[in-house]
Design a protein around this ligand. Structure first.
Ligand SMILES: [Zn+2]
Length: 359
């Protein structure tokens, strides 16, 4: 750490030692000296017995709540369904109150804070939900301040794909990477980006709406009301509609993993659709590579659940869409942990803020 930061070893010890004494960090076994010599390094990581973090993922019809350790382990998890058409924002807040109280009752001491990932647009400066498609009750809700008042804990709230990106950076495939993009695929499409070691949010947290960048000026009308968004050609609802038209069985509940299985069994229609789905996902990735060149893309959601076949197809299509250039290799990785990734991301928001890194 001292070498990396160009700091004196005693300075690092002075910063780290109190965190070890508080039980937030622990020292692991020393790593032998490298060829260049010097004293053996002692790796430091979050203590499994340290304070926990409450994490919540808010979707248009569900709330997923967890208690996480600082090292990213799930200590407790619960799912709650919410009817977005009944009870307005009060119904959501009631569910959150019960779920968060339940999670916190499992902690030995007060959590460090509450991290919330929202599947919708969020004003990260004010902690307010701007808009959630399919759940008007949440539009305009000042959820951050509301939870801070109720639980008297710091609350960090952010856009769901961006929280996943923070989770990737702290606990997942983005660890140690200076630049990468996390891409969430499924009912909707969204992204979060680390550029040069820093999380990119855009003004007021407005960045990351990659699902609503335009890929077809004459395309279909999107759920957002505009025409030709990436979401009109690469979401799960789009894929199921295409499957129905192609006569693929169980089209209404089809996922990427089913398409992969059916194509492996020789179903030609499924094979055709699998390639189109992968290519359409690759279009948004290629556009992002051409715009900000993160080089590494970490897939989450339906595409990640499609496994290695889906990952490789998307990577091949994306590479074919982006002209090669020296020093840059587009890589697609796959992280398939379901809701675990999302709650880890929500918890990572708190950790990232508390440690005042990458904000
Ligand atoms: Zn749109």
């Amino acid at each position: 750490m001292a070498r990396h930061l160009g700091a004196n070893r005693a300075t690092i010890t002075a910063i780290v030692q109190p965190l070890i004494e508080e039980g937030i960090l622990v020292e692991n076994s020393p790593i032998p000296s490298t060829r260049v010599g010097g004293r053996p390094a002692r790796p430091i990581w979050f203590s499994p017995d340290g304070p926990s973090i409450a994490a919540m993922v808010v979707e248009h019809n569900a709330v997923h709540t967890a208690l996480m350790s600082l090292g990213g382990n799930v200590l407790f998890f619960r799912d709650d369904a919410v009817d977005p058409a009944a009870g307005g924002s009060a119904a959501f807040l009631d569910v959150m109150q019960v779920a968060l109280s339940d999670a916190m009752s499992r902690a030995g001491r007060a959590p460090l804070g509450i991290g919330v990932a929202v599947s919708g647009m969020v004003d990260t400066d004010s902690g307010t939900i701007v808009k959630v498609n399919l759940a008007e009750a949440l539009d305009g809700l000042a959820l951050g301040p509301e939870l801070e008042t109720r639980f008297r804990l710091p609350v960090q709230i952010d856009h769901h794909p961006r929280s996943i990106s923070v989770g990737d950076r702290m606990f997942g495939l983005g660890r140690g990477l200076e630049s990468f993009a996390s891409i969430y695929t499924g009912e909707v499409l969204g992204g979060g980006y680390y550029l040069g070691g820093r999380l990119h949010r855009g003004v007021g947290g407005a960045g990351g709406e990659i699902g609503h960048t335009f890929v077809d000026a004459n395309g279909s009308v999107c759920r957002c009301g505009r025409v030709g968004c990436w979401e009109t050609i690469a979401t799960v609802p789009w894929m199921r509609e295409q499957a129905k038209a192609l006569g693929i069985k169980n089209a209404d509940s089809l996922a990427a993993v089913d398409l992969v299985r059916l194509s492996e069994q020789g179903d030609e229609a499924a094979k055709t659709l699998l390639h189109r789905y992968a290519k359409n996902l690759a279009i948004g990735i290629a556009n992002l590579q051409q715009t900000i060149a993160p080089d590494t893309f970490i897939l989450h959601g339906d595409a990640a659940a499609g496994g290695e076949t889906m990952r490789a197809l998307i990577e091949d299509h994306a590479r074919a869409l982006v002209p090669p250039r020296p020093g840059s290799t587009l890589k697609v990785l796959s992280s398939n942990d379901g809701h675990l990734t999302s709650v880890s991301g929500a918890a990572a928001l708190v950790l990232s803020h508390q440690l005042a890194v990458n904000i």
